[in-house]
Design a binder for this molecule. Structure first.
Ligand code: AP5
Ligand code: MG
Length: 226
């Protein structure tokens, strides 16, 4: 099962990827999380990437394609993966096509979480993240549910970086959706309901590809919540 989560900053990609990772037991490949881990570790890549992320701009295609090429070659990706934050430009999408072809893999579904800009701005300004495991939480959450770390604000969620992130998404990442629409892979989901409602719709979209009845996907979410 290879899934691609697509959507603007703050649309809920990371939130739904966490659910999918637990549901399917496959790794979550989040290029933003990978870059933040490099920054935290103080690597050469991290030192180069830090000011780019802080300004809400994109790291070069060449670097990002190299990172993803390396990650997809790791053995835990063999049963499948959830891609989040890549591709973000048309050249990245073309490189990913080539890479998937080389690896004899294909995407089962592209999930597009569609959220209006005003909601994105509201969500990003209040978002909290765990500095250890990168899980994201809504405003007011005290500590990480997974490891009890004190939550922090992401550097690029500060007001000066949020607008540029939305602008570069509109300019460079919106055209990526057409790349996948041609292959009829895209399930478009209104990302404005509760997290649980969106999770049900995501699972239904994934299941519809596999020919499972939609009811089964909803039942799984209810069971997980119980
Ligand atoms: P990245 O980490 O990928 O950031 P992003 O795409 O801007 O997306 P976010 O992580 O901000 O949002 P999300 O969709 O995951 O939302 P979340 O689930 O957290 O990339 C960061 C940076 O790295 C980029 O700006 C760039 O510099 C660089 N980079 C990464 N990949 C790159 C690439 N391929 N090429 C070049 N550069 C790259 O949810 C947001 C908030 O909303 C949370 O508080 C959450 O609790 C809340 N929320 C979620 N769902 C709901 C809901 N249904 N209702 C209400 N609140 C909700
Ligand atoms: Mg994210």
């Amino acid at each position: 099962m290879n899934l691609l989560l697509y959507g603007a900053p703050g649309s809920g990609k990371g939130t739904q990827a966490n659910m999918l990772r637990e549901h399917f037991g496959i790794p979550h490949i989040a290029t933003g999380d990978m870059l933040r881990a490099e920054i935290q570790a103080g690597t050469e890549l991290g030192r180069k990437a830090q000011p780019i992320l802080a300004a809400g701009q994109y790291v070069s295609d060449e670097i990002m394609i190299g990172i993803v090429r390396h990650r997809l070659g790791e053995p835990d990706c063999t049963p499948g993966f959830i891609m989040d934050g890549f591709p973000r430009t048309v050249p990245q999408a073309e490189a990913l096509d080539d890479l998937m072809h080389e690896l004899d893999k294909r995407f089962d579904r592209v999930i597009y979480l569609k959220v209006p800009v005003d909601d994105l701005l509201h969500r990003l300004s209040g978002r909290l993240v765990c500095p250890q495991c990168q899980r994201t939480y809504p405003p007011g959450t005290a500590a990480c549910a997974a490891d009890a770390s004190v939550l922090v604000q992401r550097e690029d969620d500060k007001p000066e970086a949020v607008r540029p992130r939305i602008e570069i998404y509109l300019e460079k990442t919106v055209p990526v959706l057409d790349h996948y629409r041609h292959g009829r892979l895209v399930s478009e989901i209104d990302g404005r309901g509760t997290i649980e409602e969106i999770s049900s719709q995501v699972l239904t979209a994934v299941a519809s590809k596999n020919g499972q009845p939609a009811r089964a996907a909803h039942a799984v979410v209810k069971k997980q919540k119980a």
